[in-house]
Write a protein that binds this ligand. Structure first.
Ligand code: FMN
Length: 177
């Protein structure tokens, strides 16, 4: 069985709720995903997992969620070479349109040079924002799934469902159900 670990940080609960929905979708495909608050996480647990999903919200004009920021040094000690990783971020595209899901960009900047095999890039189509640190060079993809519970909560379930389907393919996980 594939060891899938989802690590999230959250200030007001939205990133944890998204984690539960992601877990549910994986479970429907027959895969167990362990959820872990980043405050409980360790470099050893990350090293052990076959697949990691990291969830992070952005706060205070492009600021990194505090618990993830505290975990930065530990994360930098992990062995991520070839590790399958996907990122998702919570943000508010109208309220903070110059900094939309910036924290995903921050995580990407850390893990990409470490040799992680990053999957789950997500099209920017359907979002209305000015700028983001989480944009790919061609500006048509985010470095992970963008979820906006403040402005587009009605789209979140479908986005999560489609993203998990994409991940199952990109991680080459068979439907085990
Ligand atoms: C004071 C404040 C600052 C915020 N700053 C940003 C920001 O810079 N970029 C962004 O995309 N979202 C920003 N947001 C939106 C949050 O990221 C969003 O509400 C998210 O769902 C919170 O996730 P959490 O409940 O897991 O902490 C901000 C929200 C507040 C209230």
């Amino acid at each position: 069985m594939t060891d899938i670990l989802l690590v999230f940080g959250t200030d007001t609960g939205n990133t944890e709720e998204a984690a539960e929905k992601i877990q549910e979708r994986f479970s429907e495909a027959g895969h167990f995903v362990e959820l872990m608050n980043v405050t409980d996480c360790s470099v050893d647990r990350i090293n052990e997992a076959d697949v990691c999903i990291f969830g992070i919200p952005t706060w205070d004009f492009g600021g990194i969620q505090g618990d993830w920021e505290d975990f930065e040094e530990e994360l930098e000690r992990a062995d991520l070479k070839g590790k399958l990783i996907a990122l998702y971020g919570l943000g508010d595209q109208f309220g903070y349109g110059d900094y939309f899901i910036d924290s995903v960009g921050w995580l990407h900047e850390i893990i990409e040079p470490m040799g992680a095999s990053i999957k789950g890039y997500w099209p920017t189509e359907g979002y209305d924002f000015t700028d983001s640190r989480a944009l790919s060079d061609c500006k048509t993809y985010f470095y992970g799934l963008a979820i906006d519970e403040d402005q587009q909560f009605e789209l979140s379930n479908d986005r999560i469902q489609n993203w998990v389907e994409q991940l199952l393919e990109e991680f080459q996980l068979q439907e085990a159900a």
